[in-house]
Design a protein around this ligand. Structure first.
Ligand SMILES: Nc1ncnc2c1ncn2[C@@H]1O[C@H](COP(=O)(O)OP(=O)(O)O)[C@@H](O)[C@H]1O
Ligand code: SF4
Ligand SMILES: [Mg+2]
Length: 388
């Protein structure tokens, strides 16, 4: 067992194209949140030292993205998925931890910064807001090509644009190049956003909920495009989603995130067939499954905790039906449950004494458990708020 947090481990395929080690991201909460401060004063023993309130968006997250593999990060809203994508894309600096591109740290300025920005591309959830409505598709694709010196003359620029549109199956390319975002369907807009990311020949694509705003009927086409990019172009893909079923369909590896931490990771099929963490079981029980005959594995219990004052010990303990005494006191480390499959859960510890494995003290009925969302959560900052 290692200390703290599961590492989303790739199969042994050489140096990952992008690797994050022990990433932590805290957002300062500048405006006083009265309720959050009250919670800080009441913080249970074992929580971080009291100080200025921060949102603990990522805590000791390690993940590796190997070539020609899709790694999915799955979790509920607010679990830190987009923060992870933005830190990996270097749009946000981590509070601590390191990023390795091709096994090397890249300087944050000069040629290293440019190389990183070119190799690691981010595709966002909402293709409409990520495209400029006053420009046509040709403009969106020509811009990154010009900025990175990849379309020196008009002829080669036009060829590159055609090839990009063909790679994302927007054909005939000439017709799509002159369209404006409002003339495209949601799926076509997302394909343009992916083509724009591909323009600079990245080796890593970070796709943050790329299909969640699309009609169900066209999601599959987009997932298949990502799968093609993995196989044809051998790109390392991070697929972020709240939908564990789509992660199983597309991904080679799944990392499950809860309250800013990776709690389980392993081969996609194994994680979904034999989930080792109660939170993964909860996610699976909530996923629509027409083939399921019996009741859900685990009934939904409560909501994710406040990240301003997360619960001590295992952050999932207030919701966990299997919680034991130790769970409220000590954060579980990373337990191997099968080759390449690990879970951060005390249920997999072999050496708990009877007191540790005994029943957890639950708060009296009607009183919220420590770290549970309440008015502190509802007043917790939305992305971009109260952080400047
Ligand atoms: N810029 C920010 N300032 C303050 N808090 C933030 C900021 N961005 C995200 N957060 C908080 O970090 C937590 C994780 O958010 P996010 O990464 O967007 O989760 P997800 O993508 O899984 O829904 C949330 O509590 C969110 O409110
Ligand atoms: S460590 Fe304890 S509370 Fe956390 S998931 Fe495992 S059994 Fe549940
Ligand atoms: Mg998000």
């Amino acid at each position: 067992m290692t200390e703290l947090g599961v590492t989303a481990q790739p199969p042994a395929t050489g140096t990952p194209l992008l690797e994050a080690r022990h990433l932590t991201k805290h957002f300062p909460v500048h405006q006083a949140l009265r309720t959050a401060r009250r919670r800080l004063r009441e913080r249970p023993a074992g929580a971080a030292a009291a100080g200025r309130p921060v949102v603990h968006a990522l805590e000791d997250v390690s993940i590796a993205l190997p070539r020609a593999q899709v790694t999915a990060v799955v979790g509920e809203s607010g679990s830190g998925k987009s923060t992870l994508a933005r830190v990996l894309a270097r749009l946000l600096p981590p509070t601590s931890g390191e990023l390795l591109l091709d096994g090397r740290q890249m300087p944050a300025s000069g040629a290293g910064r440019r190389r990183y920005a070119r190799q690691v591309q981010l595709v966002l959830q909402d293709p409409f807001s990520s495209l400029n409505p006053v420009h046509d598709v040709r403009y969106h694709l020509a811009r990154p090509l010009r900025i990175h010196g990849l379309g020196e003359n008009a002829g080669s620029l036009e060829e590159s644009i055609t090839s990009l549109l063909e790679r994302v199956s927007l054909t005939p390319a000439g017709q799509f190049a002159s369209k404006y975002p409002h003339e495209l369907s949601g799926g076509q807009r997302q394909r343009v956003a992916i083509a724009r990311a591909l323009a600079v020949r990245p080796t890593v694509l970070l796709a943050d909920e790329p299909v969640s705003m699309l009609d169900v009927s066209i999601r599959l086409g987009l997932l298949n495009l990502l799968s093609d990019l993995r196989e044809r172009e051998r790109i390392a893909i991070l697929y972020i989603t709240h939908d564990i079923a789509s992660a199983r369909y597309l991904a080679d590896t799944i990392a499950v995130m809860y309250a800013g931490q990776i709690v389980e990771s392993g081969p996609a099929q194994q994680v979904t067939d034999e989930p080792a963490h109660p939170y993964t079981q909860l996610l699976l029980s909530a996923a629509p499954d027409p083939e399921r005959a019996g009741p859900p594995v685990l009934a939904a219990r409560g909501s994710p905790p406040s990240l301003v004052s997360p619960p001590a010990g295992c952050r999932f303990h207030p919701r966990c039906p299997h919680a034991m005494a130790i769970c409220a006191d000590r954060a579980p480390g990373d337990f191997d449950v099968a080759p390449g499959h690990a879970a951060a859960c005390w249920l997999h510890a072999k050496d708990l004494d009877p007191a540790q494995a005994g029943p957890i003290a639950r708060p009296p009925a009607g009183q919220p458990p420590a770290g549970q969302p309440d008015s502190a959560r509802s007043s917790a900052p939305e992305p971009g708020e109260e952080t400047r």
